[in-house]
Ligand binder design. Structure first.
Ligand SMILES: Cc1cc2nc3c(=O)[nH]c(=O)nc-3n(C[C@H](O)[C@H](O)[C@H](O)COP(=O)(O)OP(=O)(O)OC[C@H]3O[C@@H](n4cnc5c(N)ncnc54)[C@H](O)[C@@H]3O)c2cc1C
Length: 501
């Protein structure tokens, strides 16, 4: 993927795109893959970097959702499990099976949860990963030597899948591009163009060059997650708000706090929340929260009380209780939940994770809600709707079995130059070649793109990322033809953010 080549495609002012998608997260890029694979001329515009919104800040699970099973949302769980099965086949390099254990502390819980997870297995059907099992107290303690064993009565082992969300978004961008789509990061949509009351295109500004583009389209899709209302209000100023954001944060700890290759799932804390302790990229991720009434921002800030809540709960389950100093990183994301019956709910954890498609009088197609796991199904429904709304030539969806791009460029880059074969920083498994490949082939434009979303350094260990920043900035500058001022600016930008609050 090359950004200059992509930009040259939107410079052709006479082009009338079949489908233009606003938003480069899981939903938007899923739509771009689907539309391009059906043969439509497709353009996707993202105001920041690909996945800079919620899609790089998830719990990184491709799952049916045990919580939704508890809530009795069987259709949602069945659909998610079906999507999980297809993703394990279409992107085996990115989505991997992961065993989970639900530790039990009351005598009946091992039987209760094992029964529930057997239902989960049944709902997975032929696309299931492996069977759930009842575990004795000894087996749970063997698997998790660092889990507190006081009061443990046993547990349940079940299977779900884990992925790297931001890497998946890059892979989707590249799949869309291979199918013929034009995908652009740092292109912000500022306005919609109408003719006779119908949307005919939009105005977007390149955030890096300041150049404004007028783009014509037969169908415009609003896939902007928590920002969906701001685009809907460009269409109809008085459109009622439908998004009720809910913030979720994760803390990252050294892997030694759990020392296990299985994840832990706590289905119900005393205040009724779900918690996960998950091994990820050689670290331990612990989350999440569900905090309503937060401001909508591309860089949401974790709240002090959210961090305290997670540290306190980690201490309840782990033999060595973590302290604030043990937290290597914190990241926050906003769930784009849809208000029930368009009214404020007050309890975001109970809002359904189903997706909703809305078509305005002027033809703007808005897709909101859903989960990462179901992005493909959401895209299929959205493009079906676009075909109908814009009277495009009908063409069936082909993504159920479409393989997702597998990147391999950093390996030859590392082979060419022994210096680039070195690790970027001893804390991370990423080689310097990964940063070069990010700038050369993956449209990384800033140091933060490379450290947050092409690699996951900033999410794993913020102090080590700051130490790696000068080296990474130098490597990027060489690739992108940037000077010393750019290098300094990029390092300053990363350093001045107080990531840990
Ligand atoms: C804490 C947390 C944990 C989660 N864990 C899981 C999980 O484990 N598994 C799972 O299945 N789901 C999970 N989810 C849900 C999942 O992450 C989201 O449903 C999904 O990422 C939403 O993707 P999206 O593309 O709709 O939104 P986003 O990723 O937010 O993308 C929208 C994009 O639109 C862009 N945009 C906005 N305005 C404009 C404009 N004017 N011009 C151009 N671009 C614009 C934004 O910059 C943004 O990048 C989790 C969510 C949270 C918050």
């Amino acid at each position: 993927m090359n950004r200059s080549e992509m930009i040259s495609q939107i410079e052709e002012s006479s082009k009338n795109w079949d489908i233009v998608i606003i938003g480069g997260g899981a939903t938007g890029l899923g739509c771009a893959v689907d539309a391009a694979a059906r043969g439509f001329s497709t353009l996707l515009l993202e105001q920041g970097d690909f996945s800079q919104g919620t899609s790089s800040r998830s719990t990184k699970l491709i799952h049916g959702g045990v919580r939704y099973l508890q809530q009795g949302d069987i259709p949602m769980v069945r659909d998610s499990l079906r999507e999980r099965g297809h993703l394990l086949k279409n992107a085996p390099h990115l989505v991997k099976p992961l065993p989970f254990v639900i530790p039990a502390y009351r005598w009946y819980e091992p039987y209760y949860y094992t029964f529930g997870m057997k239902l989960y297995d049944l709902l997975s059907g032929k696309l299931g990963i492996d069977n759930s099992l009842l575990l004795s107290k000894q087996k749970v303690a063997e698997k998790f030597p660092n889990l507190k064993s006081d009061g443990l009565t046993g547990g349940t082992l079940y299977w779900d899948a884990q992925f790297d969300d931001a890497r998946m978004v890059v892979a989707l961008a590249r799949t869309a591009s291979e199918q013929g789509a034009c995908v652009l990061n740092y292109l912000k949509v500022d306005n919609l163009n109408k003719d006779n009351g119908r949307i005919r295109g939009l105005i977007a500004t390149d955030q890096l060059s300041g150049i404004e583009y007028s783009i014509t389209a037969k169908a415009v899709i609003n896939a902007t997650g928590v920002f969906a209302d701001s685009i809907r209000q460009l269409d109809e100023q008085t459109a009622p708000e439908i998004i009720e954001p809910s913030q979720g944060i994760h803390i990252v700890l050294d892997a030694s706090f759990l020392s296990a290759d299985h994840a832990i799932m706590i289905p119900k804390t005393d205040d009724g929340r779900v918690l996960f302790a998950i091994p990820w990229h050689g670290h331990l991720m612990f989350g999440t929260t569900d905090t309503p009434d937060v401001p909508i921002d591309l860089e949401p800030r974790p709240l002090e009380e959210e961090i305290d809540y997670l540290i306190e709960h980690a201490g309840r389950y782990l033999q060595k209780a973590p302290s604030r100093e043990d937290v290597l990183s914190v990241f926050a994301g906003l769930r784009p939940l849809v208000r029930p019956a368009h009214s404020k709910s007050g309890n975001t954890s109970k809002i359904s994770r189903d997706h909703h498609i809305d078509v305005s009088m002027a033809g703007l197609i808005t897709i909101v809600g859903g989960k990462w796991t179901t992005y493909r199904h959401m895209a299929e429904d959205t493009i079906d709707q676009a075909i109908q709304s814009a009277s495009l030539t009908a063409s069936p969806c082909t993504t159920l079995d479409l393989e997702i791009h597998r990147s391999a460029e950093s390996e030859p880059i590392a082979r060419e130059d022994p210096e680039l074969d070195q690790l970027l920083h001893p804390e991370f498994k990423y080689k310097k070649a990964t940063i070069v490949a990010a700038a050369r082939h993956e449209m990384a434009q800033t140091l933060e793109d490379a450290l947050s979303r092409r690699t996951r350094c900033l999410l794993l260990n913020q102090k080590a990322s700051l130490e790696a920043a000068p080296e990474a900035a130098n490597l990027m500058a060489k690739e992108l033809g940037k000077d010393k001022t750019w290098i300094k600016e990029q390092i300053d930008l990363i350093s001045k953010v107080n990531w840990m609050i």
